[in-house]
Design a protein around this ligand. Structure first.
Ligand code: IMP
Ligand code: MG
Length: 172
């Protein structure tokens, strides 16, 4: 049976969203930002973060190929769902759940840059710096964690646990 070891309580996630929203508001001021959430893992984070922003906000999503039921990356990134909003000349903030090797984010940012946004920034709820094999520039980070597999607050293992309001380390 898998064991869930709590890492960040629901309240800790909410408090961190407050702080990140303040930083993001300071960055964009009176500008409008297009939030691009990376499905599915960012859904709770994007929801909590976006409700705290006072700058202008538009919301869109992309979905990329994922790990499937595995706990390690296949090394291949594919777009399953592209964003709908035209981002040319717009301020874009990518909202990611977790940056592990950085492969997904590196590919996504490269693609988005070809669409000529006025600016491109990234907010990640979690980052695993020790796992990085691809350069990924993060403008805002919720929490840095070690090389552990975590679930909850949007993050899954084989599609389970996304609904948990807290983050836990999954141990088997
Ligand atoms: P990367 O391309 O290696 O940075 O992996 C990025 C994606 O892998 C994330 O957006 C997640 O969907 C998934 N992922 C990486 N680490 C974890 C984890 O600890 N728990 C759940 N999903 C993870
Ligand atoms: Mg993801």
């Amino acid at each position: 049976m898998p064991i869930l070891e709590p890492l960040f309580a629901a309240e800790a996630m909410q408090r961190r969203c407050d702080e990140l929203a303040r930083q993001i508001d300071e960055t964009y001021g009176n500008e409008t930002v297009v939030l691009i959430g990376v499905l599915k893992g960012s859904y709770q984070f994007l929801s909590d973060l976006s409700r705290r922003l006072h700058c202008g906000v538009e919301i869109d999503f992309v979905q990329l190929s994922s790990y499937g039921a595995e706990k390690s990356s296949s090394g291949v990134v594919q777009i399953r769902k592209d964003h709908d909003i035209n981002i040319e000349g717009r301020h874009v903030l990518v909202v990611e759940d977790i940056v592990d090797t950085g492969l997904t984010l590196a590919h996504l940012c490269e693609l988005l840059q070809t669409r000529r946004p006025a600016s491109l920034r990234v907010v990640a709820m979690l980052s695993k710096p020790a796992a990085r094999t691809h350069e990924a520039l993060l403008d805002f980070v919720g929490f840095e964690i070690g090389n552990e597999f975590v679930v909850g607050y949007g993050l899954d293992h084989a599609e389970s646990y996304r609904n948990l309001p807290y983050i836990a380390v999954l141990k088997d």
